[in-house]
Ligand binder design. Structure first.
Ligand SMILES: O=C1C[C@@](O)(C(=O)O)C[C@@H](O)[C@@H]1O
Length: 233
């Protein structure tokens, strides 16, 4: 099973069903397994014998996902990082930096250390499903996220081209500063950033394994994102 260091771009195929992994092999470098959307996620993991390394995500409801019990959410994530196919774990930045009052910050930090001890990359993520902050605001968020994780990930919602451009500018600034980041603007106005942000240094892109199963607004299908990224790089 290859491990990924995120020094070069990683295309993650998102799914709630690990049995679909063979369909992603041609275009993806990894699978993002969305535990919060999956049925029996730990059983699926135990049965996983696919080729692609896994990024495990158990997205909290307070960050746009479906995992609503914070203790159970982190327990499941901790059990998941034990699997040998797991190369990275996504932990919401708000759970790590204490900015979400309800989050069990200590647990999340403990999980981060457990993951690092096991050689697993920590992706500290921030999502904004409403809007796009200013370039300075985005840069600040990327700084915090990349301080908290090995990769700082930021997905915001673009209403127009200026928002999309702000995401690209902040990505460029972050890469120039030497931070490892992953960025994208969600929504139709931001769609092209999914292909273009990697040119400015974004280390991860996401597309659904099943085109009907998008995990965020504005995602391209997997083959399209692979082709666009490869052509622009
Ligand atoms: O954080 C991200 C990025 C994402 O929200 C996107 O916009 O493609 C998709 C999610 O599955 C993933 O966890």
């Amino acid at each position: 099973m290859p491990t990924l260091d995120f020094d070069s771009f990683v295309l993650a195929a998102a799914t709630d069903n690990l049995e679909a992994e063979p369909a992603a092999r041609e275009d993806a470098d990894a699978v993002e397994f969305r535990l919060d959307l999956a049925t029996d996620p730990l059983d699926q993991l135990a049965a996983y014998d696919g080729e692609l390394p896994l990024i495990v995500t158990n997205r909290a409801t307070w960050e746009g996902g479906e995992a609503d019990d914070e203790i159970r959410r982190l327990d499941t994530l901790e059990a998941a990082v034990d699997h040998e196919a797991v190369t990275a774990v996504d932990i919401e930045c708000g759970a790590l930096d204490g900015s979400i009052a309800a989050a069990d910050t200590n647990r999340a930090r403990q999980l981060r250390e457990t993951a690092r001890d096991a050689g697993i990359v920590v992706i500290a993520s921030v999502h904004d499903f409403e809007s796009t902050p200013s370039v300075d605001g985005l840069t600040e968020l990327l700084k915090t996220a990349s301080d908290e994780g090995d990769v700082g990930k930021l997905a915001v919602t673009a209403a127009d081209r200026s928002d999309a451009l702000a995401v690209l500018s902040a990505t460029h600034r972050a890469a120039e500063a030497g931070w490892t980041v992953a960025t994208m603007a969600m929504g139709a106005a931001g769609q092209h950033t999914r292909a273009v942000a990697p040119v400015y240094g974004s280390a991860i892109g996401y597309a659904p394994v099943d085109p009907e199963g998008a995990t965020a607004p504005g995602q391209y299908d997997l083959a399209t994102l692979r082709r666009l990224v490869d052509e622009l790089q």
